[in-house]
Design a binder for this molecule. Structure first.
Ligand code: AMP
Length: 279
């Protein structure tokens, strides 16, 4: 395993690596969700690059950035267990941004105007800035992203096409805990009580899925709202079913025949998200 702190040293090294090169961008605090992406990248590529970088420009909330978990030593041990040949890029902020730490401005075709984009102003411009930088600088053949952040995956696919980058973006299914909770680095910030309640996000998505074809979407929204109102310690931020390509909300008067359900909820100050195919 080789660790690189600067993009310059990494680019030099990569020029002698055998292709295809697979990249898995992460913010660290690795869990089985990340490891599944890494294992897939190892299977499908001759060389694998993992980045561990908590990207400041994608945090609209300073506290969220300050409290974001970090466990680089454990992360490296977990990566080493998968393969000793993996390359890891752990830059400082100025290696990615220079002295001006701000997002570039991308046309994201409105995909950043709903759900996470609407709730977290500037978040996807920050994501697009760092991912475009990685893809342009390291030119991986394949880059792996989780459907856990489905809206992010769609936006990355969009910038990859519109900037004419040569990487193939590969979406990977959500990895869940036994009770259905989508794995997330933020889960370790939950108290034991909150952790128990956190499975309600997935439960709500399943309730939505089992009723989606039977009742109009409008009534489904009421059902999900009532479900959360009857719970303590968890507060619904939004529940929406949207077209999985355009992210446009489906018609309120009709049952769902095709769409993806998205949910965000607060447990105390911790905000979790999840999504599920409704068809
Ligand atoms: P993050 O470190 O949270 O930025 O995540 C890095 C990558 O891992 C992103 O592409 C995420 O979508 C993906 N990821 C995070 N959690 C999961 C999960 N539970 N299942 C699948 N992919 C995930």
């Amino acid at each position: 395993m080789k660790v690189f702190k600067t993009s310059q040293s990494l680019v030099e090294y990569l020029s002698n690596e055998t292709r295809p090169i697979g990249m898995v961008p992460t913010m660290g605090a690795l869990h089985s969700g990340h490891l599944t992406l890494i294992e897939r990248a190892v299977k499908e590529n001759k060389s694998v690059l993992i980045s561990i970088f908590v990207n400041p420009t994608q945090f609209n909330d300073k506290n969220d950035l300050v409290n974001y978990p970090s466990s680089v030593v454990e992360d490296l041990l977990q990566i080493k267990k998968i393969s000793k040949k993996i390359l890891v890029y752990i830059p400082k902020v100025n290696d990615v941004y220079g002295n001006i730490v701000e997002s570039k401005s991308f046309d994201l075709a409105g995909l950043d105007q709903v759900m996470e984009g609407e709730k977290r102003s500037g978040h996807f411009q920050g994501v697009a800035t760092v991912v475009a930088y990685f893809l342009k600088t390291f030119t991986p053949d394949h880059a792996y992203f989780g459907e856990k952040d489905f809206q992010q995956l769609l936006i990355i696919n969009y910038i990859n096409r519109s900037l004419n980058l040569k990487t193939k973006i590969i979406g990977c299914p959500i990895v869940r805990e036994k009770d259905g909770l989508a794995m997330s680095s933020r889960n370790i910030l939950l108290t034991a009580d909150q952790r128990k309640k956190a499975s309600k996000l997935f439960e709500a998505l399943q309730i939505a899925k089992s009723n989606a074809k039977r009742i109009p979407y409008r009534s489904l929204k009421t059902t999900i709202n009532s479900f959360f109102e009857s719970q303590d310690k968890i507060t619904l931020d939004y529940f929406m079913i949207v077209d999985p390509n355009t992210l446009k909300e489906i018609h309120l008067d009709q049952p769902v025949d095709r769409g993806r359900g998205f949910i965000a909820a607060y447990l105390g100050k911790i905000r979790l998200i999840d999504n599920l195919d409704m068809s």
